[in-house]
Each structure stands twice: as structure tokens, then as C-alpha cells.
Design a protein around this ligand. Sequence first.
Ligand code: ZN
Length: 216
Amino acid sequence: MLLIILFIYGSCTGSLLVAMASRYATGGSYLFPASHCDTCQTPLTYWQLVPILSYTLLRGKCQTCGRMIPAITVGVEVIAGLLATTVTDSTSLIIVLWLALWGFAALCDWQTQTFPGWVSWLTTGLSLWGQSPVVWLTGCVLLLTIRLLWPHWHHPTIGDGDLEMMVSYSLLWGVTSTAQWLLAACLLGLWQSRAGTRIAFLPDLMVSAVGWWLVL
Ligand SMILES: [Zn+2]
């Protein structure tokens, strides 16, 4: 029963993160207006707000204009639900919160190749939870260095956000796990990359992080 409740909480959070990322991409407010179809602007009724179930009942389409609802919406709702079921104590809660915040950043990055900077600070704060003052100092110095250096680098080979997620991940999981995580993410990135084009790397890092957490 507890797992079902956790799954429902998780899928609702996933649904919220997809909506927030979509509003970040279009420059809209996170709070207003209420949830609506992005094409015909029709407000969603109460049952259309129920994650997973509404997508299934609507067969993936807006009831008014028939526009397809992106399949990633229901994908994120299911994965967020599964992630929530892995919460058993304060440590796993911190990890799931960390994954949810970076998941939001990855959804933003996927649409705009940018994400809100506060995600890096919040997630680094989570990964520094319970760590020694020396680790705290190292984490903050690394993050500040990235923030100060990257604006001066015109064609960086890697985005500052990707690097910030790597710092945060290594603080949380250590060096060996970070190497395994990066290897899987790079393989995903290579598989989808085309010569001469920039890819949003955060979604690959995120898929790899969720994979390692759910599988292991
Ligand atoms: Zn519509």
C-alpha cells in the first residue's frame, strides 16, 4: 500500500516537472494560468490532471483539438513514480529529490539547451548533506569556478550545466560510480550525436543516473 502511495506522489511530481519545464521553455509563469493544452489553450478538467491515467484515457491526444500529447509526459510520470517507490530513509529521499531536480533541468535542457541556475545550487546542497566542511568548501569552490570561467569561454566543448551535474554527482556517489555513470551517458550521447551539431547532454546524464539508481 505504501509503495502505491509513493508511486502516486512520484507520478504527480513527474507531471508537475514536465509542466514546469514546458513553461520554462516558453518563458511563461510556473504558477499561472492553470494547466491547459499548449495548442488550443483549453484548460484541463480535474480528471485530465491525473497522471498516467488521463494520458491513457485520452489516448495521448487533447480532447478538444486532437493534438498529440508528447509521449515523454507519460514516460516521465511513470519513471518519477518508480523513483518515489525507492524512498526508504533520509538518504534515499535526498537522492530521489536530487534526481527529480536534475530531471527537471534535463527536461529544460532538452527543449532549450539551458536550465535555471538555481538547480545546480540546490542539488549541490543536497549532495553535500552530512559531508565534512572540507568537502563543502571543495564543492562550493568547484561550482563557483565553473560559474566564473564558463561565460569567458566562447565555444566550450562541454556545457557548464553538464559539468555542474558531474561535480554534484561525484560528491554524492564518489569517483568509481561517477566513472560508470559517465561512461553510460557518453555511450548514449554518441549514439544520438550527429557531426557538427550540439546535443543537449543533460538528458543523457539523467537517463544514465536514473538507470544506475533503479537497477543497482
Ligand atoms: Zn488542445
